[in-house]
Design a protein around this ligand. Sequence first.
Ligand SMILES: [Zn+2]
Ligand SMILES: [Zn+2]
Length: 366
Amino acid sequence: MPIRASYAAAVMPAPRSALTVEELPAPKLEAGGVLLDVTYSEVCGTDVHLHHGRLTGVPYPIIPGHVSVGVIAALPAPLNDIEGTPYREGDVVTFLDVHGSCGRCYHCLVTKQTTRCPSRKVYGISYGVRDGLSGGWAQAIWLKPGTHLVRLPPAVSPETFIGGGCGLVTAVHAIERGEVRVGMTVAVLGVGPVGQSAIALAALSGAIRVFAIGDPVSRLDFARRMGATDVIGLDVAPNERTEFVRRATGGHGVDVVVEAAGVPDAVPQALELVRDGGRVVIAGQYTDNGDARIHPHWQINRKHVEIRGCWGSDYSHVHRAVQIAARFGDRVPWSEMIGGRYSLADAGRALSAVERREVTKAVIVP
Ligand SMILES: [Zn+2]
Ligand SMILES: [Zn+2]
């Protein structure tokens, strides 16, 4: 593919300022890197947080877009996938948005919590315009040497993968942390992109009952299509939601709760819904939304509850998300989660559509 002299990108100059479209020069191609022609890049809840200035260490101006899918436009040197198969120009790929985990620090080596590595950088979040084409809301993104790519198998369309996108990758991690197994009962709090995919993965894991709790009604209807057996709106009072779930589970509560709501009050609610000795995964509190009031005796100690955090993702979650989308994309309507497609010039509109929850998922089509 011919390399152009420059590529258009949607730039977020600073928090709360309007997005602009700028032409950035083509990168200097280095061995080990990949120039990717972007097919789709996701507009994620995190991008709304970026626009509100709620994440620390963001080097504005930035090109947002951390989860993207595209076509390899240039490969300056041979590069293989994890199976040893060479990548070629024209291959459809996605990639782990985290780059530069050091493999040398306490988190990388001792506790193996690579998402806590202080050296990690994220395309579209902690790389900015001064790093060049470093976000997905652009005609091309330069993936630096050491970026972990994942090839999309022919069975998965770019639409299906990006429809799941960041939420699917996060949900793979959350369901893994929840250790959801066949025969279990699960409640998912929140019916945004993470919640919807968590519902689908819980159902695919063999959960016999999956309760979806959230709003609006349109998203609850969609949750049923993703695999929820029961849906409860937020117009139902919290104690009545608990009552409903308890009654439906023989008075016990569910085995696993996945919190994907993002509001702090969802955490005490999760502790009410879980059965004694059950597990709660906190996946929705990605930014600081404040604190919540919990009762340690009744809600944790006496109940023998296990609480697990779930922050960020590693390569395994992206890899599995791609394989899951390829295997189950014909029965889980991930591609239909895309409620709007926007050009680079309309990236600001895409952001406000996600912020106002007019669409579950918006994608940028550069
Ligand atoms: Zn490290
Ligand atoms: Zn995201």
